[in-house]
Ligand binder design. Sequence first.
Ligand code: CA
Length: 204
Amino acid sequence: MHILVVEDEVALCDTIVRSLKRLAYSVDYCYDGQKALDMLSVESFDLVVLDLNLPNVDGMTVLKTLRQTDIDTKVLILSARCEVADKVLGLDEGANDYLTKPFHLDELSARIRNLTLTRKADVNAEELSLTRKETGILEYLMLNQGRPVSQEELIEHVWDSSVDNFSNSIRVHISSLRKKLRSALGYDPIHNRIGEGYVMEEKK
Ligand code: CA
């Protein structure tokens, strides 16, 4: 996983970069928005940790510019702006997550772990040509790896509330997803625990 950290407070940037490197991510960084755009235009990243108040080009503009051509790279906004309106704007502009400063490094790395997991699911989904619902199910099960997820929980998190939320329909989507995974991986990583739900087995 290749991560770009954009943060103009040098000490904070350094702390984030070091802690992510310790977790074995490949990390690049820069201190201003223009440099971030330059780097994003020539290199591909799986995830960008993006401060909003940046010199030259602000973080929101970096996000908007990136999203004009790239919807795949995950973006986690890191900002001292804690107004709900700022968060909504950031998420509307295509950020995948938003963390308010000050924050704990453990929380940052937990959120990055989740985002990079769903990034892997996205990549897999493309290769497996999954439908939108199958991708949603796969992402949610990957996020909750090792823990059984009930049909009710899947309905709540993966389905639009207005849509056909009948358990039969979920079973159909899951069975189709499992068939595709089995043919791609040679085994089926999803198990059905009777009375508990579906569980994505943890990597061995
Ligand atoms: Ca800043």
